[in-house]
Design a binder for this molecule. Structure first.
Ligand code: ADP
Length: 457
């Protein structure tokens, strides 16, 4: 009894520390908006705010059959799709995934990788060439998007670093583009890559094809990032030629955001200190799929140590970092059975906790709730910050698309996210911000890039 009260006290304190009342969310949104602004004028800023795309954006009128590649670290996806213009949905979508042997990814040279891509792409195209018929006379572009999982990032292999922060100015990106084009030519493929783009850029291009009201795309899975449309004149640090449309896509790198308004608990602090990149990516450590379960585990460990939540012992597995993954956390959190049977099952399966009382399980579910609610509401504040930076809160509709496993599969997290945006904006403005799941699925963004570069060039 007394022990249970102690555990509840830890829970209450933790919940208090994690609280995100509307006033706080506004402070965070404001702070993000102002850090976006400073990131657009200076190279040295907390947020990367990389100019990641200055080529034509889709108008929705693009027609034809297009090809794209989505490079993902351990594999790449080849995609083909047909666009009908008039914002008609992508059709006849074909995808094929190819594993990348580790030798092709480890070294500094990308020759082996690009040769592999060219060879596979040539096969993929020839399979479809009968249906596609002769290519149009326009020069056709191949869309090329890159998405790297966060672990890849942390491992920092030579190649991963190269791909990590693609920006338009980047010499490395240009060299890679040239290398890819050489490989394509060598293998007789009459497509060429205009530029490499981050996958959020591709998602956003896809969203814009469907509606001009799409202003930002968020990736929310293991890691997190945002691409959004900015008008060129708002980007003092850009010295290159301005695009005809007057608009460019900025890759925010919002995982790096930090603010005095974000309250970090002792658990967040120790997670960060023991991580492979202490002090960086603080926002990501509060909101992304890689970390949510780990925060929960740290709270449960403290409870086990100080209150004997699971009996007189501290289950050894509970001390293993990153053992609790967000899908399992979600399953425990969303357990609606009497006596929390799913929680019981997961505790056994993951931590070898073979006996737990229903009260202890309820506390576990509560901890998941606190962590998910905070993470989701912070994403909500981030969305409001972006829309505010764009000056669209009061008078324009804005659509924000979200892609990624955390958002797509964690229902309660998604609900908290949506309601936080409504709550922050209030009755007057909440109708102006619409959050949607990304169209077309992961990787399809490359098709839209190919289309807008071919069609609108
Ligand atoms: P990526 O690893 O490239 O981010 P995804 O966008 O598919 O790939 O996201 C996968 C991540 O989403 C997982 O690592 C996990 O953190 C989270 N996720 C997937 N399914 C669930 C789920 N059912 N509940 C909670 N989180 C999930």
């Amino acid at each position: 009894e007394r022990r249970l009260r102690q555990a509840k006290r830890i829970l209450r304190k933790f919940a208090n520390d994690c609280a995100t009342p509307v006033a706080k969310l506004w402070n965070i949104a404001d702070d993000l908006a102002s850090k976006m602004e400073s990131g657009l004028s200076s190279e040295e800023s907390m947020l990367g705010m990389l100019v990641s795309y200055v080529a034509p954006l889709p108008t929705g009128e693009e027609k034809g059959i297009y090809y794209g590649i989505n490079l993902r670290g351990t594999n790449f996806l080849m995609i083909r799709g047909s666009l009908g213009g008039k914002n008609l949905p992508i059709s006849e979508l074909q995808r094929e995934e190819v594993a990348i042997p580790s030798t092709a990814m480890d070294g500094d040279s990308t020759k082996e990788l690009f040769d592999l891509i060219a060879v596979e792409l040539a096969k993929f195209i020839s399979v479809h060439s009968e249906i596609d018929g002769k290519a149009e006379s326009r020069e056709r572009k191949l869309g090329f998007t890159v998405s790297f999982p966060v672990e890849e990032d942390a491992r920092s292999s030579g190649t991963a670093i190269k791909w990590r922060s693609l920006s338009v100015n980047d010499i490395v990106g240009k060299e890679l583009t040239n290398d890819i084009n050489r490989a394509l030519e060598k293998h007789g493929i009459d497509l060429w890559v205009f530029a490499l783009a981050n996958d959020t850029t591709g998602d956003l291009a896809g969203a814009i094809y469907y509606s001009k009201e799409n202003v930002a795309s968020i990736t929310l899975g293991m890691g997190t990032d945002v691409g959004y449309v900015e008008s060129a004149e708002q980007v003092p640090k850009w010295h290159g030629q301005s695009p005809n449309s007057g608009e460019m896509i900025i890759n925010m790198q919002w995982g790096n955001f930090s603010s005095s308004h974000l309250s970090f608990t002792e658990f967040d602090a120790s997670l960060d200190a023991e991580s492979s990149n202490p002090g960086s990516r603080m926002f990501e450590k509060l909101i992304s799929g890689m970390y949510l379960g780990e925060i929960v585990r740290r709270v449960l460990l403290k409870m086990a140590q100080e209150t004997a939540l699971f009996g007189e012992w501290v289950p050894p597995k509970l001390a293993t970092p990153y053992l609790l993954r967000s899908p399992d956390m979600a399953a425990m959190h969303q357990d609606t059975s009497e006596d929390f049977e799913v929680v019981d099952e997961k505790l056994k399966e993951i931590f070898e906790i073979n006996y737990s009382t229903p009260m202890a399980r309820e506390i576990v579910a509560e901890v998941c709730d606190v962590v998910a609610e905070r993470g989701a509401r912070l994403v909500g504040a981030g969305i409001v910050g972006i829309v505010k930076k764009l000056g669209r809160i009061a008078n324009k509709k804005s659509v924000v698309t979200i892609e990624g496993g955390l958002y797509e599969h964690y229902r309660v997290f998604r609900n908290y996210l949506h309601s936080s945006v409504w709550e922050v904006l209030g009755n007057d403005h909440s109708d102006n911000v619409i959050i949607e799941n990304c169209h077309g699925g992961s990787g399809a963004g490359s098709i839209f890039l190919a289309a807008s570069q071919t069609y609108n060039a």
